[in-house]
Design a protein around this ligand. Structure first.
Ligand SMILES: [Zn+2]
Length: 166
């Protein structure tokens, strides 16, 4: 195992994380519309690069551990870009069905944790060889919030409660 990966948070991909581990080493994000849990990652979203075409965060699947609490769209969506046609396999919030992110290759894994060393992750040599063919999970820039309290639904609920108490 390379030095680089040794410094990353360690857990076995199939293992259930304890709440303490999640709190300490991982970043949890919630749907910006309804506040449902959406994603846990080993990297902060604001540390990720942005995709030029739509400003989506680029999460490199083989580089960072992440788990999606999202549902797959049944069919891909076709997007017309200046560079051509793009197929988007979208991931939606399980509660409100809002689009949170997408990938441009077919769905493969389901609910498993993905990252370096995991079943669908790659070792460093494979990653070097595959440099031009990395798998990306794109996250819409305003789809997630760091605190569920910042979601539209909970902000509205709070405003409503304040109005009622006047
Ligand atoms: Zn939602």
């Amino acid at each position: 195992m390379s030095q680089r990966y040794r410094n990353q948070p360690v857990f076995k991909p199939q293992e259930q994380l304890s709440f303490d581990q999640i709190e300490k080493e991982y970043h949890t994000y919630y749907c910006a519309v309804c506040g449902a849990i959406a994603l846990v990652t080993s990297i902060k979203l604001d540390e990720l690069l942005l995709r030029r075409s739509d400003n989506a965060y680029i999460l490199e699947c083989d580089q960072h551990y992440h788990k999606k609490f999202l549902s797959k769209q049944t069919k891909f969506t076709v997007i017309h870009r200046e560079t051509g046609v793009e197929k988007q396999y979208r991931w939606r919030c399980k509660e409100c069905q809002g689009v949170v992110g997408y990938q441009t290759y077919e769905y493969e894994d389901t609910d498993i944790i993905v990252g370096p060393g995991s079943a669908s992750g790659k070792n460093q040599q494979q990653m070097q060889e595959d440099r031009d063919n990395r798998k990306h999970f794109y996250l819409k820039s305003n789809a997630l919030v760091k605190n569920a309290e910042d979601s539209e639904l909970l902000i509205q609920a709070k405003e409503f409660r304040e109005q009622m108490s006047r």
